[in-house]
Design a protein around this ligand. Structure first.
Ligand code: PEP
Length: 251
């Protein structure tokens, strides 16, 4: 049985004290969430150390939103996978569309980042997804297949145990437009097949594939009821503990 996950991506929101309060609220409410749902919060890098303290001993796991594609050295402003792991975080998001779009994150860089994250015992939440133009041109299957293949086909079946895929149609992120559950299921099933083509049905069956893009308490139930949707990567709604927990209770 693959792991159900609801992961919050705080992006560049909250100061450190605000983030600590939000994490405390999530931890306090996490007791309501069924134990087969894994909760993850991805915070800005500045928040990792104090939030690690808050989530310690709880069911909430901590994630970074990114890590560097280099091991260490003269890369001013970057944060290595080893640094992330040393905070107590156990996950990192990689390849978020905002990083692909604004910070030149290529699939080649994502291969390096994924290698370093796994080498430092971090689990990876790899984001893939098409933009509006690609969706309208009917290229969404090709775009997602290429993103999955370009990165994940460089890894082993063993590595896949520590990799989660998040399908996030760029046109649905922060826009209030959610993919319909049919649109999301169709592409989740397709992504699972792309994983199966390389690693076999068993690995594909065990791979958690999250949906992200304006997921909220009012639409999570329908999305999570789909057979190939194993949870969500949540942006805006993760900034309110009540909404985040309501989403986690939507399976
Ligand atoms: C995200 O940034 O990963 C995301 C899904 O954002 P939102 O939920 O705000 O669309």
């Amino acid at each position: 049985m693959r792991q159900k996950i609801v992961a919050g991506n705080w992006k560049m929101n909250t100061t450190v004290p605000e983030g600590v309060e939000l994490a405390k609220a999530v931890v306090a409410k996490s007791v309501e969430v069924p134990s087969d749902v894994k909760l993850v919060i991805a915070t800005p890098a500045t928040h990792l150390v104090p939030v690690a303290d808050v989530v310690k001993g709880s069911v909430v796991a901590l994630s970074a939103e990114n890590c560097a594609d280099k091991e260490k050295g003269a890369y001013t402003g970057e944060i290595s996978a080893a640094m992330v792991a040393s905070t107590g975080a156990t996950y990192t998001i990689l390849g978020h569309s905002e990083r692909r779009q604004y910070y030149g994150e290529t699939d080649e860089k994502l291969v390096e980042k994924t290698k370093l994250a796994l080498a430092n015992s971090l689990k990876v939440i790899l984001c893939v997804g098409e933009n509006l133009e690609e969706r309208e041109a009917g290229k969404h299957f090709d775009v997602c297949a290429a993103q999955v293949k370009n990165v994940l086909y460089n890894f082993s079946a063993e590595d896949m145990k520590n990799i989660v895929i998040a399908y996030e149609p760029v046109w649905a992120i922060g826009t209030g437009k959610t993919a319909t559950s049919e649109q999301a299921e169709e592409i989740h099933a397709f992504i699972r097949k792309v994983v199966a083509d390389k690693f076999g049905a068993e690995v594909a069956d065990d791979t958690t594939i999250l949906y992200g893009g304006s997921c909220k308490p009012s639409n999570a139930k329908e999305l999570f009821a789909q057979p190939d949707i194993d949870g969500g990567l949540i942006g805006g709604a993760a900034l309110k503990a009540d909404d985040f927990i309501a989403i986690a209770m939507s399976f």
